[in-house]
Design a protein around this ligand. Structure first.
Ligand SMILES: [Zn+2]
Length: 116
């Protein structure tokens, strides 16, 4: 896994049913399902990005792009994935009810983009 991020855009808020996503990229070559692949179902958006879910428990598991594994949702990883969120993106689109940490040291941590 690499480039762990939390995206505050409106799409991610809905997809993750939270204030933001928690997601890390991975290279498809190093990823494989060990079991339960037949229990996956997918949502694919207009631009080819999508998510895979467990049909049994509803957990959001992976992000896919153009039919290939793109990344993994950090909330579904058991144990310590040995990676930390290194960036918060689309903070300019955050929900009105989300309160961000105010410490001065956090200022550079957040990128104030907006998804419209
Ligand atoms: Zn997003």
């Amino acid at each position: 896994m690499r480039d762990a991020r939390s995206c505050h855009c409106s799409r991610c808020r809905k997809a993750f049913s939270a204030q933001a996503s928690a997601y890390a990229l991975l290279d498809e070559e190093v990823f494989s399902w060990t079991s339960g692949e037949e229990l996956l179902t997918s949502y694919i958006g207009e631009q080819g990005f999508g998510l895979q879910f467990c049909k049994v428990c509803g957990s959001t598991l992976t992000g896919i792009y153009d039919g290939r594994i793109h990344g993994v949702t950090l909330g579904c990883v058991d144990g310590d994935p040995d990676i930390e969120i290194g960036m918060h993106i689309y903070v300019g689109s955050k929900a009105a009810w989300e309160v961000l940490p105010q410490e001065e040291s956090r200022a550079a941590f957040y990128q104030a983009g907006s998804d419209g």
